[in-house]
Design a protein around this ligand. Structure first.
Ligand SMILES: Cc1cc2nc3c(=O)[nH]c(=O)nc-3n(C[C@H](O)[C@H](O)[C@H](O)COP(=O)(O)OP(=O)(O)OC[C@H]3O[C@@H](n4cnc5c(N)ncnc54)[C@H](O)[C@@H]3O)c2cc1C
Length: 382
C-alpha cells in the first residue's frame, strides 16, 4: 500500500514509523516543506498521561524521549507576587527540534522515504498516485484546505495574543506567572525543555496588548518589554525569539475526518490550545490509533478510516473541550484576580476539569490542605 504523508511534524513522523514497523507492505513517502533540522518554536511540554500512552505505543521511542528530556513533577503558579508550588504527575519538557530529529532517526532505518524542503501544493495528483494521502501538515493544512468542501472544517480565531520565546533561565517548575501591569494582566507560561533552556510563552488579551503599545513595537522592542515585565522571574536572562513574535491561535474543528483515500491527523484535523500544551500528544495519539486501525482491518481502507474516527473521537473531543474551558478561564481572569494566591492556583489547576480535587489529593495533599484553609475558598469545581 502506497501512503503519502504531507508534513513531517510529530504526528506525520510517528504515523510513518508505526505503520512501517507494523508491516513492510506500507511504502511510505513523507514530504516536509522545511529542512530536516528546521522548525518553529522551541520546546514543548508533555504531561504525565502522554508519557504513559507513548510507552504503550512505542517503548523504544519513549526511552529515547526520556533521554533527551528535562523532567519535573511540580508546577508553580505566581499571583500577586507570591509563588505557589504544587505537586503534579511527572511531565517532561523537550526541545521540539530534538523530538523531530529523534523521530526522523527512528524512521530512517525502517526504509521510510523522507523528502525535506519540498512543499506540497497540489494534492489531486497525490490522490491519484497513492492509495492513501495523510494530511499531517499542521494548523494551516494544505490538504484540509484543498478539500474544504469535504472536511467542512471551522477555523475560529481566539482572542488572546501569544508570543513564543526561549530563555537560558532554567525553571525549577512548570511555571505560570500572572503579572498585573499598568496595562492589564500579562501571563507567562514557562518550563524547562533542556538542562540549559526554558520555553517562555507570553500571553495577554488584545486590550492589554493595545494599551502596552505592542502594535507599534518592533520584535526587539517587544522582547525587551516582556523581559522588563517578567524581570523578577528571569533573573537577568534575556528572552530569545524565533521568527514568530505575536500570534493569535486558531481553534480548528473538523466534522469529517476523511473521505475516499484522504485523511487528516494532528493539528491539520483539529487544534487544542497552547494554554493546555497537549497538541503534540494529541497528534501522536491520532497516529497511534490510525495505525492500530490498520492492524485491525489491514487494507480495507474504508473500515480503517471509519475505525480511526470511531476510536479516536471521544479522546479528541475531550481535549478540545478542555481547550475551550482553559480559554474561557483565561478570558475571564478578571473575575478571579481578587483570589488569594492559593485559591487562584487551585482555580487555575482545576480549570479544564482534567485535574480535579481527587487527583490533587493524590499528587499534593499539602496544597489541598492549604486551599481548604485559604481565606476565600471557592467551590471545588473552581
Ligand atoms: C506557542 C505554542 C506552544 C505550544 N506548546 C505545546 C506544548 O507545550 N506541548 C504540546 O504538546 N504541544 C504544544 N504546542 C502545540 C504543538 O506544537 C502542535 O500541536 C503539534 O506540533 C502538532 O503536531 P503536527 O505534527 O500535527 O503538526 P506540526 O507540528 O505543525 O507539523 C506539521 C508539519 O507539516 C509541514 N507542512 C505544512 N504544510 C506543508 C506542505 N504544504 N507541504 C509540506 N510540508 C508541510 C510543516 O512545516 C510542519 O513541519 C504548542 C503550540 C504553540 C503554537
Amino acid at each position: 500500500m502506497k501512503i503519502a504523508i504531507v508534513g513531517a511534524g510529530p504526528s506525520g513522523l510517528f504515523l510513518a514509523k508505526l505503520l512501517r514497523r507494523q508491516s513492510e507492505r506500507f511504502e511510505i513517502d513523507v514530504f516536509e516543506q522545511n529542512a530536516a533540522d528546521a522548525t518553529y518554536g522551541f520546546g514543548i511540554g508533555l504531561l504525565g498521561s502522554s508519557l504513559k500512552f507513548l510507552k504503550a505505543a512505542d517503548e523504544a521511542l519513549y526511552e529515547d524521549v526520556l533521554k533527551i528530556s528535562s523532567k519535573g513533577d511540580t508546577m508553580m503558579v505566581a499571583h500577586k507576587g507570591e509563588q505557589v508550588v504544587i505537586g503534579v504527575d511527572e511531565s517532561v519538557g523537550i526541545e521540539r527540534i530534538r523530538l523531530l530529529n529523534l523521530l526522523q532517526d527512528h524512521c530512517r532505518p525502517l526504509g521510510i522515504n523522507m523528502t525535506f524542503e519540498h512543499r506540497i501544493e497540489n494534492i489531486d495528483t497525490f490522490k491519484e498516485d497513492y492509495d492513501l494521502v495523510v494530511g499531517a501538515d499542521g494548523v494551516n493544512s494544505v490538504v484540509r484546505n484543498a478539500y474544504s468542501d469535504k472536511f467542512q472544517s471551522k477555523v475560529t480565531p481566539q482572542k488572546n495574543k501569544f508570543a513564543w520565546y526561549a530563555t537560558e533561565k532554567v525553571f525549577d517548575h512548570m511555571s505560570l506567572i500572572f503579572e498585573q501591569t499598568e496595562y492589564g494582566m500579562m501571563i507567562a507560561h514557562a518550563y524547562a525543555y533542556r538542562q540549559d533552556r526554558g520555553g517562555f510563552v507570553v500571553e495577554c488579551d488584545p486590550e492589554t496588548w493595545d494599551r502596552a503599545g505592542f502594535p507599534d513595537m518592533s520584535n526587539g522592542e517587544t522582547r525587551e518589554f516582556c523581559e522588563e515585565i517578567f524581570s523578577d522571574y528571569l533573573d537577568g536572562h534575556p528572552l530569545m525569539s524565533g521568527e514568530l513574535t505575536w500570534f493569535t491561535p486558531n481553534i480548528v474543528r473538523t466534522p469529517n475526518w476523511h473521505f475516499e483515500n484522504v485523511v487528516l491527523i494532528g493539528d491539520a484535523l483539529r487544534t487544542v490550545h497552547p494554554s493546555i500544551g497537549s497538541g503534540t500528544r494529541v497528534g501522536m495519539r491520532d497516529a497511534d490509533i490510525l495505525s492500530r486501525a490498520f492492524e485491525e482491518h489491514r487494507d480495507d481502507l474504508d473500515a480503517v478510516l471509519a475505525t480511526y474516527k470511531k476510536n479516536r473521537l471521544a479522546g479528541s473531543d475531550f481535549f478540545q473541550k478542555a481547550a475551550v474551558q482553559s480559554i474561557a478561564w483565561y478570558e475571564s481572569i478578571d473575575s478571579k484576580l481578587h483570589f488569594d494566591p492559593v485559591t487562584f492556583a487551585f482555580s487555575y489547576m482545576s480549570r479544564t476539569g482534567a485535574i480535579d480535587y481527587e487527583r490533587l489529593r493524590k499528587t499534593d495533599m499539602d496544597f489541598v490542605r492549604a486551599f481548604e484553609a485559604a481565606p476565600s475558598p471557592i467551590s471545588i469545581q473552581g
